[in-house]
Design a protein around this ligand. Structure first.
Ligand code: OOG
Ligand code: NI
Length: 447
């Protein structure tokens, strides 16, 4: 039996299994998938140009399977084990997000595929947050949280065995891969039985709702799975017709001819029946729904401009007014691919046209890409943003926290401790996009 199942296949199996499980757990997620699929289909029908662009960029195939999810873990060991598990699926930690500034006592990374072929196949990503117990002010309660976390094992015994086996064999057979996916799924399953009594839950919830969510259960349940839409304004407007109430405001940049980064909206977390130890009934709100629209990845210069404009625009209460205001403020962000390229605000993937192929011998490293595009030898496709936005993430977290807008005085970023917990530094998103652009330039003879 050969142990040669590739990571991309395991990730594909895993993302399908997660999606199926979440559809069973949260039926509204299934409704959201239908809505997004309908909207995407009609957008593509109405815009043959977009259809062609997506097909050319190799993004049409991945659109229907594309999801991101989010999980929250309690300890360094849990995070480090997840890193090993996700590596088997070709998902690596990218970026560091400090959410403490937004009053949320976690810091995060995103596990995702990083090379072109893996992203084209299935870009499944998991936004993964680690609790920062040092931000629980009450020291007794903090210790209690740590003790509870120390007692749980969020991984099945078989999952651990298979993990060790993979590291030893350097691969899985088809049957082992399937078994591994089934076992990993258990870690992210919802448990309606809390591991603590109602009083302990209450005290942890009082410290922060997210503390209760991370500490009081046997696993780290997936808290949302997000499909990618081609028109988020349309989905937002249609959600009520499908019986779903969206959060008030779409997060991220305004609607544009050439979308950048990420726009997101969500529906509020559900209030779910749970049972505390001692069999007393209660409720817990953690799981919600979200959709996103992805655009072009920005260079550090483009990102700085985005951050400045977003800050300038501030936040709004009513979506329509906020979107109009955003459009106004974002006038100074060019909405034209040539201009974005000229000002080096975004990343592009370059490709020779058939005519360009015919003149390959005449292309020299260092030639001006723009010149070759004008001559019809070269085309440029924007590189899709594969990551997250901390301000948007904070907005999503907060829309689920109701009135609880606590901030932490000790909330400095703690990158070093996150790296120590993870077991390696997360990869730098800008470096990854730059490498992707450079690879394409090299293929064209431009580097
Ligand atoms: C994660 C929230 C962040 C996103 O899309 O920005 C997120 C969480 O609630 O655990 O998923
Ligand atoms: Ni999300």
């Amino acid at each position: 039996m050969k142990n040669n199942v590739v990571a991309d296949d395991i990730r594909e199996l895993f993302s399908q299994a997660m999606s199926q499980m979440y559809q069973q757990e949260v039926p509204q997620y299934g409704t959201l998938l239908e809505l997004v699929a309908d909207v995407n289909l009609s957008v593509l029908e109405k815009s043959p140009k977009l259809h062609e662009q997506l097909a050319n960029a190799g993004e049409l195939a991945r659109l229907n399977v594309e999801r991101h999810g989010a999980i929250r873990v309690g300890t360094a060991q849990e995070l480090a084990t997840l890193r090993r598990i996700f590596a088997i699926m070709g998902m690596h930690p990218v970026g560091y997000y400090d959410l403490s500034q937004a009053g949320v006592p976690v810091h995060s990374t995103a596990f995702r595929p990083i090379d072109d072929a893996a992203l084209a196949r299935n870009p499944f990503r998991l936004f993964t947050s680690l609790l920062r117990p040092e931000l629980i002010e009450d020291t007794l309660l903090r210790q209690q949280a740590l003790d509870i976390l120390a007692q749980r094992d969020i991984f099945t015994a078989r999952c651990r065995e298979l993990l060790a086996l993979h590291e030893q064999q350097q691969g899985f057979s088809a049957q082992q891969a399937q078994e591994f996916v089934n076992e990993v799924l258990e870690t992210f399953r919802w448990h309606s039985h809390a591991t603590v009594d109602a009083a302990t839950y209450g005290a942890l919830h009082q410290a922060h709702r997210l503390v209760a969510d991370v500490v009081c259960f046997r696993g780290c349940h997936i808290n949302h799975l997000t499909p990618r839409t081609l028109d988020i304004d349309r989905v937002q407007a249609m959600m009520p017709q499908y019986g779903i109430t969206p959060k008030a405001v779409i997060e991220g940049p305004p609607r544009r001819e050439h979308p950048v980064l990420l726009r997101q909206t969500s529906f509020r977390a559900l209030e779910e029946q749970i049972v505390f130890s001692g069999d007393s009934p209660g409720t817990h709100t953690a799981r919600f729904g979200e959709i996103e629209q992805r655009g072009m990845a920005l260079t550090p210069k483009g990102r700085a401009l985005y951050d400045r404009l977003l800050f300038e625009a501030g936040s709004g209460e009513d979506n329509l007014t906020h979107q109009l205001h955003l459009q106004d403020v974002f006038q100074s962000f060019p909405d034209d691919e040539c201009e974005i390229m000229r000002q080096q605000l975004g990343y592009f993937r370059y490709r020779l046209t058939p005519v360009g192929e015919g003149h390959r011998h005449a292309i020299r490293p260092g030639d001006d890409a723009w010149h070759l595009i004008e001559r019809g030898w070269l085309e440029a496709h924007p590189i899709t943003y594969e990551d997250f936005l901390p301000v948007s993430a904070a907005g999503i977290f907060q829309s689920n926290l109701g009135d609880q807008t606590k901030t932490f005085s000790a909330g400095h970023a703690s990158r070093e401790s996150f790296i120590a917990a993870l077991g390696c530094p997360p990869l730098d998103e800008f470096a990854l996009y730059q490498e992707a652009e450079n690879r394409s330039k090299r293929r064209c003879g431009l580097l």
